[in-house]
Design a protein. Structure first.
Length: 267
């Protein structure tokens, strides 16, 4: 077997035959310029438009086909199949440019285990986002901080990186979108990120939140009403799971969130 790559890029995709070509071209071109070996994994979330076949036509792209169980399940499948020293999760529309990886990776050398892109904080930039969508996102984050993750300003940016061992540990422990995740209808944007980060904090992993660039996509699959309710339900399920001891095999960290989470800073 070939030596494992330095970086695994995991892209969940559901009916992305229109947007995926631009994304794969950009990621492939960027990785071709790097000195480190890398792999691209596209996780097809039960697409019906030929997304899997399109992705498979690109040289060097590995395709993992899943039943349609939503983004959280697809991301988990890709992360568990990854072989790179670091695992980078990004969305099929590449809302955060692949070059922003260069802002994330130095934090691993500084001892962090999970490094998340953030659309908040000094240095973050949002492009073309309607005001009402930004307002909805901030209200949701307020609820997330109150219920599950105080101190993290943006759990939902799709640009996240983890050490491979950490990714495997956390994704094997998730409860909401694990092996028994139900089949879904249509696009299913979820708050799997909240459970992932909750577990990371509980397991004692160091989390860095790093401001990045982010572009609002006009072809976004997010349904403001349906997905807001689904995401809030996921957050409540994380808190309920914690209350009933579903995560109790891992000792809780101190209540001081600064012990396990740090904002991004220039290194």
């Amino acid at each position: 077997m070939a030596a494992p790559p330095f970086l695994s890029v995991v892209i969940p995709a559901y009916n992305e035959i229109r947007r995926l070509p631009t994304t794969l071209a950009a990621i492939s071109a960027y990785l071709a310029r790097q000195s480190f070996p890398a792999e691209i994994l596209v996780v097809d979330d039960g697409s019906t438009d030929g997304t899997a076949g399109l992705a498979a036509s690109y040289a060097g792209v590995h395709v993992l086909r899943c039943e349609h169980r939503g983004k959280g399940f697809a991301v988990r499948a890709g992360a568990l199949a990854a072989r790179g020293e670091y695992v980078l999760l990004c969305d099929a529309d590449l809302a955060t440019p692949i070059e922003e990886w260069e802002k994330l990776w130095p934090y691993f050398s500084a001892g962090f285990d999970v490094v998340i892109g953030s659309r908040e904080g000094i240095g973050a930039q949002r492009y073309d986002e309607p005001f009402h969508r930004h307002l909805m996102g901030r209200i949701f984050n307020l609820l997330v901080q109150m219920i599950a993750l105080p101190g993290i300003n943006d759990t939902q940016c799709g640009f996240k990186a983890l050490r491979l061992s950490v990714a495997h540990d956390l994704f094997r422990r998730v409860r909401i979108y694990g092996d028994d995740a139900p089949m879904v209808q249509g696009a299913a944007v979820t708050a799997y990120d909240v459970e992932l980060l909750f577990l990371a904090r509980q397991r004692g992993y160091r989390i860095a939140e790093v401001p990045v660039l982010w572009h609002y996509g006009t072809e976004t699959k997010v349904d403001p009403v349906r997905d807001s309710w689904r995401n809030l339900r996921d957050v409540l399920r994380v808190r309920f799971n914690a209350w009933r001891g579903a995560y109790q095999d891992s000792p809780l960290q101190p209540a001081d969130s600064s012990l396990s989470t740090e904002r991004g800073r220039t290194l």
